[in-house]
Design a protein around this ligand. Structure first.
Ligand code: DX5
Ligand code: ZN
Length: 231
């Protein structure tokens, strides 16, 4: 019912393949892959070549979060590199409907990402083209920032929209949260309606080493919090 998606942004970039397989062996569900272009956001990270390089290290879904402008040209490259989910920011695309279509046409699941101050109305006319809605609970660009509490209200509003759509269409769209998710706030975030949780510094900051199960403790703690919400 809940998915945990560690963000590679806080992983050891010199050993990415190992980090990917170890975090999945430790119980994570998805790999969150943050793509930044030093244009749409003030940081520069990884692209399709790195996605392709980590692909053989796991069968878990790779969740590509595009923080790039323009969006469309790079979509097929990530699909070819083995991405399963591709999300982008509506402000970064001139033609949101077209970008969503390009992602689905490339065989991936599609999603829109909302910055803390971006209104949810961008959802209104594209629900049938969405598989995931991702709410940012920090301003995008960096790991290790503090969760913005107003996001809880926005999550409740998004939950209501997605539930109404599911009731009418029979189709569930995932509600993902990204930024500042920790063991001590994940339960509250789940209660506000999120079902998929990106966690970068909380997971990869929890210690590095050789052990293939080195992230068991932190992922176990996140799951224990979620189990209380589900109970
Ligand atoms: C921020 C990225 C996030 C980030 C989350 O722009 O989209 O995925 O890595 O990191 P934490 O969990 O440390 O806030
Ligand atoms: Zn992200």
């Amino acid at each position: 019912m809940y998915r945990i998606a560690p963000s590679l942004l806080s992983a050891d970039f010199a050993r990415l393949g190992e980090e990917v397989s170890n975090v999945i062996a430790s119980g994570a569900d998805w790999i969150h892959f943050d793509v930044m272009d030093n244009h749409y956001v003030p940081n520069l990270t990884i692209g399709p070549l790195v996605c392709e390089a980590i692909r053989p290290h796991t069968t878990a879904p790779i969740d590509v979060h595009l923080m790039v402008k323009p969006v469309d040209r790079i979509i097929p490259d990530f699909a070819k590199a083995g991405a399963n989910v591709i999300t982008f920011h509506p402000e970064a695309s001139e033609h949101i409907d077209r970008s969503l279509g390009l992602i689905r046409d490339a065989g991936c699941q599609a999603g829109l990402v909302f910055n803390p101050a971006t209104p949810l109305h961008h959802l209104d006319h594209v629900m049938d083209k969405l598989d995931v809605v991702l709410l940012m609970s920090v301003n995008p660009g960096f790991g290790g920032q503090k969760f913005i509490p107003e996001t809880l209200n926005k999550l409740r509003a998004a939950r209501a929209k997605l539930d109404a759509y599911a009731a009418q269409s029979g189709r569930r769209i995932l509600l993902e949260i990204d930024g500042g998710v920790k063991v001590d706030n994940i339960a509250e975030i789940a209660r506000a309606g999120a079902d998929t949780f990106v966690a970068g510094s909380a997971v990869f900051g929890a210690g590095r080493g050789e052990d293939a199960h080195r992230y068991d403790t932190v992922i176990g703690a996140l799951r224990a919090e979620l189990a209380q919400v589900a109970a």
